[in-house]
Each structure stands twice: as C-alpha cells, then as structure tokens.
Design a protein. Structure first.
Length: 254
C-alpha cells in the first residue's frame, strides 16, 4: 500500500461531530476516571477527522460517478493511504476485510469459522458497535454521499474500536503521568528514499514527558496525547490535533 502524497483541501465545519454522551459512554466502559467536557469533545473531533478522511479517501466512487459507497471503496481508501488504517481491531468482525485477515477457506471457497474463544471480561469495542450509526450517516450526507448498510456498519465499527483505543490510551496517560512510550512509523513510497518520521507538533502533549492536572480526570491534553499514539500517520495526526484544538477552543476545561 502506498501513502497518498496529495491531500484535498477541506474543512470540517459542516461535518457533524459524534455526540458527547456517546463518547463519554465509551470512556466509561474502559475507565472510572472523570472525563472533562473538553476531553470528550476532543475525542469526538479526532474520531470525526479520522472517519471524514476515510470517507473522502474513497475516490473510486467519484471516479465511477457513484454517490453510494460500497465496501470495496473502503478498501480503496485504506489501500491508497495507510494513514487511514485506524480500525484494524474491527477487521476480524467485518466481511469486508475477511480475505485481508488471513481467514481460512475450504476447497469450495467457503469460509472456515474460527475457533470460538472464551468470553473475555475486558470491555470490547465490538459490543458497543452500532451506537454511532446515526453520526456516520450524517457524516456521509455532509460529504454528499450515502453508503450501503454493510459499509455503514464498517464505519460504525471502526469508529467504536478507534474511540475505545483512544479512551484506553488517554486513561494510561493519566495513570502514568504523561507519555512514557511511543513509537515512530515512517511511510515509504516504493522507489523513493525513506525520510525521517515527522516530529510531534510542539504544542501537543506528545512532545512533553509529563502532564499537568490531577490523576483522576481525563483532560483534553490527555486525549490529544492518546491521539498521537493512535494515529501513526504524520499528516492525519497533525490534522486531527489541529481540528481538535479548534473544536475545543471555546469549551470549558471541566
């Protein structure tokens, strides 16, 4: 897969955010910490940015003159830009991604069911999937497209697992008093020399080793720090942080 080097200019002012109540519900499933209004709004904004980029990246539909997105358009978007690969834990539950996950098929091409595992007590984003369906449909309409039900379900599931990961990482930042560890990923286009990974924005918590605030509240900066860990792509990460800061500019911190 190759990263897209040219990004279309766009604004998110016309893209509806996820409901803060739903965002807080996700946080409540993974941590007992208080979640500030600004933190919930920042998490909603980051998730919205990721989903919007995925929808806008499905250029195949526009090339074919279609207004209704199909599952293959989602694969096209991720194939064109690896930065959009943000919901990989959903893939095991989606028919769209079965053949990308190394699933087994018999001689007749029938999917071999995986071995059933014991149910984990750990909260799962899959259990909470479908709660964002209304938001996904509004986002699609705001981008001038619709989608078949299976693709709406995929986008819904991706939003759920991504937001759950964001909540877990934000809680970890609070517990550990800052970002203690992170990795760097370099996107390389075949035939071109590798470049150094883009540094974290200087105004994000990812550039600092400690955090301010008490150890019982997830704040906006904790969510932004979590976003730097969830979004490995430099361009998408920078855009998500910028839009989240703009979205919370007039939101009280508490």
């Amino acid at each position: 897969m190759q990263a897209v080097t040219r990004r279309r200019a766009r604004t998110v002012s016309d893209v509806p955010p996820l409901k803060p109540s739903l965002v807080k519900a996700v946080f409540g499933e993974v941590t007992s910490m208080h979640v500030s209004r600004a933190a919930a709004q920042a998490a909603a904004s980051v998730t919205r940015t990721a989903l919007t980029e995925i929808v806008d990246g499905t250029g195949r539909a526009a090339e074919e003159g279609r207004k209704k997105l199909l599952p293959r358009d989602l694969l096209t978007a991720i194939g064109r830009n690896v930065e959009l690969d943000v919901g990989d834990k959903w893939y095991d539950h989606s028919p769209t991604f079965r053949r990308l996950n190394g699933d087994r098929y018999d001689a007749r091409g029938v999917l071999v069911p995986p071995v059933r595992r014991s149910r984990s007590r750990r909260p799962s984003a899959v259990v909470g999937a479908h709660r964002f369906e209304a938001g996904v449909r509004k986002l699609l309409r705001s981008r001038g497209v619709t989608a078949v039900p299976v693709l709406v379900r995929d986008l819904d599931g991706i939003a759920s697992v991504f937001l759950t990961g964001l909540a877990r990482d934000a809680a970890m930042v609070v517990r550990e008093g800052g970002v203690k560890r992170f990795g760097a990923v370099t996107l390389v286009t075949p035939g071109e020399p590798a470049t150094d990974p883009a540094p974290f924005p200087k105004d994000s918590l990812g550039a600092r080793s400690t955090r301010s605030g008490d150890g019982r509240t997830v704040g906006m900066e904790d969510v932004l720090a979590a976003a730097t860990m969830q979004l490995f792509g430099g361009a998408l990460r920078k855009q998500a942080l910028t839009e989240a800061r703009e979205a919370t500019r007039h939101t009280p911190a508490g």
